[in-house]
Write a protein that binds this ligand. Structure first.
Ligand code: SAM
Length: 437
């Protein structure tokens, strides 16, 4: 397909997503089924265009003066990809398969710099309804924070120290994919592969270091969040919302396979992949506690844990770099629902912490309602717990890892916030509490 035909296809898919409120992957799949002549390269290019357009939907539409797929694509090429009007006219030529030529109105709007006076939610590319929530956490910096959250994320890998030293894993990876990973300053255990739309993502799961368990795919924010929990060899640890086990594997490595981790999740299907992952990573100190009907599979752990990790269900606003479709699909009702889940899971977690033990609460959301507010509510209901000062959590990590976090991590009243703008990671919140009585 010629480039202009790919743009026409992307416009069609964007309109389908908007009018039928469909998830982007479903709309792309249907387009592929209905246009079987399109090869895999074309389909990937169209997918890149659609996801890039979703990243920058509001700002692109405003630049071109409309709100349909066509306006978004015009604005995307003009504002975000730096094409001038002459360049746009070559693509929007009206030739066979190409989108219709630019109208006089479109040309005039492109020349008018409509974006400079647009509201924050347009310039920052997020849904209008969530503006008060984001303004509450980011204040005057909201547009810069949200623009960073709209950009593509790198592919981050965590070196599994149970299987390999970081330098060794880095050189094995370089040999496997023909490209050396970056080494972000915040962690010696992170290997980073920057990605851009249009570049094929290396298939990590088929590389030798991955198959040998030396590396895991995990955003640096998630890696740091698990580190901040402070798991140490010999501890008794409950990973209450273990899901597929991303954090469980980090905890096991931090504990050097010594002590005991109990991995649980209320959804057995989410927990299922953990078994294979533990084996591949060489983890030997995890007991998986799969839920069973009419049975409390954790009752023997009450008041016994040195550390309870709550990787809470959340809206995932911090992961919008990886899933730009999600930011347009989230509804006010989902925030309220997740808040209820968070209160339930936190209340449950408190029961397992021993006196002198810790509770680490993590979300991949940047919203105070899911973060600081939840911790404040938990502390009000549980006076036996208190906050470990966020500065102390940072210092403990810096001492242990010899990496300096500095301003990369924002200190909140009762926890730490990482964002793409500050730390170059997905958005993550971590609060660490201790049980005093
Ligand atoms: C953010 S995900 C966990 C991701 C996982 N820790 C990882 O690192 O791969 C949140 C998990 O919480 C689980 N969950 C929700 N409510 C729960 C509850 N009341 N008790 C235990 N798990 C719960 C969900 O099933 C989901 O798997």
């Amino acid at each position: 397909m010629i480039p202009a035909a790919r743009i026409s296809a992307a416009i069609e898919v964007l309109d389908d997503i908007a009018t039928r409120r469909r998830p982007a992957p479903d709309a792309l799949k249907d387009w592929g089924l209905a246009h079987r002549f399109a090869g895999s390269k074309d389909r990937r290019a169209i997918g890149d265009l659609v996801f890039d357009a979703l990243r920058h939907k509001n700002s692109s539409a405003a630049v071109a003066g409309g709100d349909d797929g066509r306006s978004v694509m015009i604005g995307l090429f003009f504002h975000h990809r730096g094409l001038d009007i002459a360049g746009l006219e070559k693509l929007f030529s009206g030739d066979r398969f190409a989108p219709e030529p630019l109208t006089d109105d479109e040309r005039a709007t492109l020349a008018s710099d409509a974006l400079s006076s647009a509201p924050d939610y347009i310039r920052g590319d997020y849904p209008e309804w969530i503006s008060p929530n984001l303004a509450r956490v980011f204040g005057d910096n909201v547009v810069a924070e949200m623009q960073a959250l709209a950009n593509p994320a790198p592919l981050d890998l965590r070196v599994n120290t149970l299987k390999a030293e970081a330098d060794h894993a880095a050189s094995e990876l370089t040999a496997a994919i023909g490209r050396a990973p970056e080494r972000p300053a915040l962690s010696t255990l992170c290997l980073r592969l920057p990605l851009e739309p249009g570049t094929a993502e290396p298939h990590i799961a088929s590389t030798e270091p991955f198959l040998k368990g030396q590396i895991e795919i995990q955003d640096l924010g998630s890696q740091l969040a698990a580190e901040f929990a402070g798991a140490r060899p010999g501890m008794q640890v409950l990973d209450l919302c273990a899901g597929g086990g991303g954090k469980t594997l980090s905890l096991a490595a931090a504990m050097q396979n010594h002590g005991q981790i109990f991995a649980h999740d209320s959804d057995r299907r989410r927990l299922a992949p953990i078994h294979d992952r533990l084996t591949r990573a060489g983890v030997r100190n995890v007991q998986v506690r799969t839920p069973r009907p009419n049975s409390d599979v954790l009752d023997d752990l009450e008041n016994r844990m040195d550390l309870v990790l709550v990787d809470a269900p959340c809206t995932g606003t911090g992961t919008w770099r990886r899933n730009p479709d999600a930011k347009w699909r989230i509804r006010p009702g989902s925030l309220a629902e997740r808040n209820k889940d968070q209160a339930i899971v936190l209340a449950s977690a408190g029961r397992y912490v021993k006196v002198g033990g810790r509770l680490a609460y993590i979300t991949c959301s940047v919203l105070d309602e899911e973060n600081t507010d939840q911790i404040d509510a938990f502390l009000a209901a549980n006076p036996g717990f208190s906050v470990v000062p966020p500065q102390a959590v940072v210092e403990a990590y810096e001492q242990e890892s010899m990496n300096i976090l500095g301003p990369a991590v924002r200190l909140m009243s009762n926890g730490l916030l990482m964002t793409p703008l500050n730390s170059g990671t997905d958005g993550f919140f971590v609060s660490v509490l201790t049980r005093n009585s």
